[in-house]
Design a protein around this ligand. Structure first.
Ligand code: G1P
Length: 298
């Protein structure tokens, strides 16, 4: 048994407008775009479930109601599948369903930044540590990123951000951390900076969208001023929290797809399709044919 309070709740900020994917995201939330056969948000919720999360808190916004529907029962659909003997499809639907009472939805009323979105979850999270999973990022690995972070948390407690290496020329797109002394399975965090200007990043370790945070972050966020991009930044609030509480980094070694960008989203679709034996068998030769068309052999 760990001596630290367990991480039971996870927050999913899903209020983003998805402007990079217009017109696809005009009526469909970006989190509902599919990677092979599941919406992006489902991959992230499954990662949280595999890590032992019991309550799923969605910070939504206008036009995001379909996310709520996705994690609810669809009575007519279930009945039809049952009547038609489509047991496999029915099982897939049921396996993805959180238990009654395990989900909460609250709204971020204005797009004021990630820090503000997290703050909107304060009443539902209450006074306990929680996980935060950014739904743009989906991770392909035999063991979920959050599961490994929970293991680290059980040993070291405090706050943890997951990090990963990125090309130096990409660092301006992310939160970047400074690595300190190693601890068991992680490292002490020496500092963080949100989206450093090109050429100024203190390292190439970026925050890849998975966090374990103590509830004291909420009172800091309540008065956090806007930072980079004119938005209330979670990274700035975490820096303040790090002055008072232990803060650790975890290095994820699996593959992360940034589905907030077109190239990351397309890469995710290709990677997950190739990881599916049936699809892969059909797609590999098709892909080779397509590739030879766009770059003819010499
Ligand atoms: C947010 C965080 C940033 C992190 C990134 C990961 O930025 O502020 O620190 O590296 O997510 O996707 P956003 O993508 O919301 O601009």
């Amino acid at each position: 048994m760990s001596r630290y309070r367990p991480v039971r709740k996870a927050v999913f900020p899903v209020a983003g407008l998805g402007t990079r994917f217009l017109p696809a995201t005009k009526a469909v939330p970006k989190e509902m775009l599919t990677v092979v056969d599941k919406p992006v948000i489902q991959y992230v919720v499954e990662e949280a479930r595999a890590a032992g999360i019991e309550h799923f808190v969605f910070v939504t916004g206008r036009n995001k109601g379909v996310i709520e529907d996705h994690f609810d029962i669809q009575v007519e659909l279930q009945q039809t599948l049952q009547d038609r003997g489509k047991t496999e499809a029915l099982e897939i639907l049921q396996a993805a369903l959180p238990a009654p009472g395990q989900t909460s939805f609250t709204r971020q009323q204005a797009p004021l930044g990630l820090g503000h979105a997290v703050w909107c979850a304060r009443e539902i999270v209450g006074d306990e540590p929680f996980a935060l999973l950014l739904p743009d990022m989906i991770m392909q690995y035999e063991k979920g990123c959050l599961s490994s972070m929970v293991e680290l948390y059980e040993k070291v407690g405090g706050n943890i951000v997951s990090t990963e290496e990125v090309a130096m020329e990409e660092t301006h797109k992310y939160g970047i951390v400074m690595r300190g002394q190693d601890v068991e399975g992680g490292f002490r965090l020496e500092g963080m900076v949100e989206k450093p200007a090109r050429g100024t990043a203190p390292s190439n370790l970026f925050i890849n969208g998975r966090y374990i945070l103590q509830p004291e972050i909420f009172s800091i966020l309540a008065t956090q001023q806007a930072g980079t991009g004119g938005e209330i930044q979670l990274t700035d609030a975490m820096l303040t929290l790090a002055e008072k509480q232990p803060f650790f980094g975890y290095t994820f070694t699996g593959r992360t797809f940034d589905c907030g960008s077109k190239e990351g989203f397309i890469k995710a679709n290709i990677a997950y399709a190739l990881a599916n034996p049936e699809l892969s068998q059909i797609l590999r030769p098709e892909m080779e044919a397509l590739l030879s068309e766009v770059s003819p052999k010499k």
